[in-house]
Design a protein around this ligand. Structure first.
Ligand SMILES: *Cc1c(COP(=O)(O)O)cnc(C)c1O
Length: 224
């Protein structure tokens, strides 16, 4: 198992441009698998559930240089814990959540690295901003000066063709550039968190800087 895992990780590392980071999505997978990935050089791991992540982090406390990424929907009542235990929050999906995180960050005297979750296509099953809604919240976000908003994150709807996927990722990349040119938006966005096992190649083509890969590294997830 761990040979196969090492091969998969090597496969990813070799084909990624230097500007794209591999984030290993370890949700539902064991700490043994995380250690195996760590041993072959992975330092960035992502989890989507706070409880599960905190239990794993405890068991992996000896691996001091892991960078933990939170990629799940974050409930406001868990915002404080998320800031305390993660280096990155990829999934700020509302102004209300941003304000909550900002308030906690201020009292904790930290400046967490974050991405705004956006939806380039309508998708009632996902959290995040439509591009137009985001424009309306820009001034509210601009006031969140205890957050280091560094990028945009997206998860695409299922069932798109390759052309549609590439177009959707490219529109997120364009939105990032547009925000960087907007003087009402004080953050400099350098990151694009986009691409998963099934669509990372197209995400990389569109300029992704962080691909979030789970099953292609760790195998199928079982939610038993
Ligand atoms: C589970 C998950 C991934 C990884 O998905 P795979 O298809 O297994 O690579 C990426 N991003 C988010 C937000 C996820 O929840």
């Amino acid at each position: 198992m761990s040979d196969q895992l090492a091969n998969q990780i090597a496969f990813f590392q070799q084909q990624l441009p230097a500007t794209t980071k591999l984030i290993a999505v370890s949700k539902t997978h064991s700490v043994e698998k995380i250690r195996a990935a760590y041993e072959v050089g992975v330092r960035d791991f992502a989890e989507n559930r706070l409880q599960e992540a905190l239990a794993k982090q405890k068991e992996l406390a000896d691996l001091k240089d892991i960078c933990w990424h939170f990629i799940g929907h974050l409930q406001k009542n868990k915002a404080k814990k998320a800031i305390a235990h993660f280096d990155w929050i990829h999934t700020i999906d509302s102004l209300a959540l941003a304000k909550k995180l900002n308030n906690y960050a201020a009292t904790m005297a930290v400046v967490p690295k974050c991405c705004l979750q956006v939806k380039p296509l309508p998708d009632p099953n996902k959290f995040g901003w439509d591009f137009e809604q985001l424009q309306q919240d820009l001034s509210g976000l601009a006031a969140c000066n205890h957050l280091k908003i560094q990028g945009l994150m997206t998860i695409l709807p299922l069932g798109l063709t390759s052309n549609e996927i590439l177009a959707a990722f490219t529109s997120v990349q364009k939105l990032k550039e547009q925000l960087n040119e907007n003087s009402a938006f004080p953050f400099a966005l350098s990151e694009l968190s986009m691409g998963m096992s099934g669509d990372y190649e197209l995400a990389v083509q569109a300029g992704s800087t962080m691909i979030r890969v789970g099953s292609a590294i760790f195998g199928q997830r079982s939610y038993a």
